[in-house]
Every structure is written in structure tokens, then in C-alpha cells.
Ligand binder design. Structure first.
Ligand SMILES: C[C@](O)(CO)[C@H](O)COP(=O)(O)OP(=O)(O)OC[C@H]1O[C@@H](n2ccc(N)nc2=O)[C@H](O)[C@@H]1O
Ligand SMILES: Nc1ncnc2c1ncn2[C@@H]1O[C@H](COP(=O)(O)OP(=O)(O)OP(=O)(O)O)[C@@H](O)[C@H]1O
Length: 281
């Protein structure tokens, strides 16, 4: 007998970086950022069932990603190690967030596993502890555990809640997958943006310091930005490849989605004011 609960489904939203400045680099090579993260309702689903044998089993590994390297498996094992939990879990992963898109899909899946198993296993670790576990899995994991729109500094792990507009987004995938590490190691990357002393400015001063390097390496991203700029002021999210346009109204986003979805894999998504699993505590 291994499964001791039925599978329960948990959401894992994508994120957008409404702005992303690189302000420096740590001795260990990780870059210091200033960024505003917000969640959108483009989501993966992570189904979890508790096991009494302590194993972590991913029923449907992503093609090309061995189960042991999957961020959901790594997150479950990291929570076992940090909490001493002897229970295990079976995982079923339903991907909708394109990988290598700068949308934080893998990181979001990992955060959802930490948040959900912390309840299912009754380990009840504090949110900050889960964030500290998460950052070892990836720089983008802590913000999903934090659960609110955030101004991020450090490597993306020092988080302060910030206000973000109610908005709708058209997210375009230019058809290439951008390896995050490659962009961060590029010698042409801007690494000396001025840290912002007016944090409120961040949500209006829109830029992404990684965009020019990604456009040099991936002309498809440059073309996508050029096409999207006919409809507004597009920005690349994270390390790319995805590009987004922000609109006040769903109808505006819908019209642009119609125009662009014949040339690009496109998503229309509503900005969220907090992570669906954020419980206010
Ligand atoms: C670009 C962003 O998506 C913005 O949200 C994140 O900073 C990247 O977060 P992530 O994909 O979770 O990145 P990780 O998986 O932690 O790191 C991948 C690689 O990117 C580089 N990396 C990542 C984050 C960071 N602040 N500085 C870095 O230099 C490191 O070489 C690392 O080996
Ligand atoms: N559960 C998972 N879902 C997606 N990718 C995963 C998962 N587990 C491991 N990975 C690996 O992590 C890599 C990065 O995935 P992820 O979706 O987090 O990056 P991303 O979309 O580029 O986001 P960002 O650049 O903002 O971190 C993938 O290319 C894949 O090899």
C-alpha cells in the first residue's frame, strides 16, 4: 500500500517580470537584480497524492527532463530533508507554461510542491523557511512561495510586496527556448544598472536588461518584439524567450491576441493580485 490519499490538484502560475535590471554580480557568479514579479493565470497543474513509503514518484516525467532532475521531485526531496518528513508523494504534472520561456514554469511547479506538501505532510514550516529551501532549487522559486506581487532584489530572493496594476496580457512565444544560464554568462550583458532608490518607479520604468543580449542571440525574439511593438510597448520576460504586452482591458488584449495569434503561439492572461495558493499568512 503506498498511496494514502487521493490525488489533489494544485495550481502553479506563470510569472512576468514587469521590469528587470541587473545591478551587479556576486562572487559566486550569480547576478544581483532589481525586478518586479507578478503572476498571471497561465498555469501548470501539479497533482499530488501522499505515499506512506517515503518515495517521491513522478508518474509522467517531461520528455527530455529525467524525473530525478525535475524541479517538482527535487522540491519534494528538499522538503523531506529540511523537515525530516517520512511520508512521500506521487506527482502528476500537467504543463501548460512553455519551458525556457522566461515564465518561471519549472520554478513555479517547485514552489507549488513545497507549499502543498507542507500542508499534506503537516510539516507546517514557515513561509520564509520554504523560500530559503526554494532558492536552492532556483532563483525564481522564492517569489512563488512568497505569493504576492514583489519587488525583488538580491538574486531574486529578497522580496518586498509591491502594488501592481489590474491588467491583461498578451504573451507571445517566438518559438525558441532560451537557456537562462547562457544569457547570464554572455559577456555583452548589462551588469551595472543603477539600483533604484525610488522603488515605486520600478512598476512604471519598464525595461529588461537581458533583452538586448537575447535579441542578438535569437533574432526570432527581436522579430517578435518588432511585430508586437505595432500594438504597444512589448517587453521580454525574465531571460526570455517570451514577450508580453500589457493592457488595461480584456477587450483590448483580446483584439491584439486575435491579430497576433496567427503569427505566434500566443496566450491571453489575466494579471493576478496574488498566487492562487497564497493564504494571507
Ligand atoms: C531571469 C530570471 O528568470 C528573472 O526572474 C531569474 O533570475 C532566473 O531564475 P532561474 O531560472 O530560477 O535561474 P536558476 O535556475 O536559479 O539559475 C540558472 C543560471 O542562471 C544564472 N543566474 C540565475 C539567477 C541570477 N540571479 N543570476 C544568475 O547568474 C546562474 O548561472 C544559474 O546557474
Ligand atoms: N517541472 C518542470 N517544468 C519545466 N521545466 C522544468 C521542470 N523541471 C525541470 N525543468 C527544467 O528547467 C528548465 C527551466 O524551466 P523553467 O520553465 O523554470 O524556465 P523558464 O521558463 O526559462 O523560466 P525563467 O527563465 O523565468 O526561470 C527547463 O528547460 C527544464 O529543463
Amino acid at each position: 500500500m503506498a498511496l494514502i490519499t487521493p490525488f489533489q490538484a494544485f495550481p502553479a502560475p506563470a510569472k512576468l517580470n514587469l521590469t528587470l535590471a541587473i545591478t551587479g554580480r556576486r562572487a559566486d557568479g550569480y547576478h544581483l537584480l532589481e525586478s518586479v514579479f507578478r503572476f498571471i493565470d497561465l498555469m501548470d497543474t501539479v497533482e499530488l497524492a501522499v505515499r506512506d513509503d517515503g518515495d517521491i514518484v513522478l508518474d509522467n516525467p517531461i520528455p527530455g527532463v529525467p524525473a530525478d532532475s525535475d524541479l517538482t521531485v527535487r522540491a519534494a526531496r528538499a522538503l523531506q530533508a529540511a523537515s525530516g518528513a517520512t511520508l512521500g508523494a506521487s506527482i502528476r504534472l500537467h504543463k501548460r507554461i512553455p519551458m525556457g520561456g522566461g515564465l518561471g514554469g519549472g520554478s513555479s511547479d517547485a514552489a507549488t510542491v513545497l507549499l502543498a506538501l507542507n500542508q499534506l505532510w503537516n510539516t507546517q514550516l514557515p513561509r520564509q523557511t520554504l523560500q530559503d529551501i526554494g532558492v536552492k532549487l532556483g532563483a525564481d522559486v522564492p517569489v512563488f512561495v512568497f505569493g504576492r506581487p514583489a519587488f525583488a532584489t538580491g538574486i531574486g530572493d529578497e522580496l518586498t510586496e509591491c502594488a501592481v496594476p489590474d491588467a491583461w496580457y498578451v504573451v507571445l512565444h517566438p518559438g525558441v527556448s532560451v537557456p537562462t544560464a547562457k544569457i547570464f554568462s554572455h559577456q555583452g550583458l548589462t551588469r551595472n544598472s543603477t539600483p533604484s532608490i525610488m522603488r515605486a518607479l520600478q512598476t512604471t520604468q519598464r525595461k529588461n536588461d537581458m533583452q538586448s543580449v537575447v535579441c542578438q542571440m535569437f533574432p526570432e525574439v527581436a522579430q517578435c518584439l518588432a511585430k508586437a511593438s505595432e500594438y504597444g510597448e512589448p517587453l521580454m520576460t525574465g531571460s526570455g524567450a517570451c514577450v508580453f504586452l500589457e493592457f488595461d482591458k480584456e477587450a483590448q488584449a483580446g483584439a491584439v491576441f486575435q491579430s497576433l495569434s496567427s503569427s505566434y503561439t500566443a496566450f491571453i492572461a489575466k494579471g493576478l493580485q496574488h498566487h492562487p495558493l497564497y493564504d494571507g499568512r
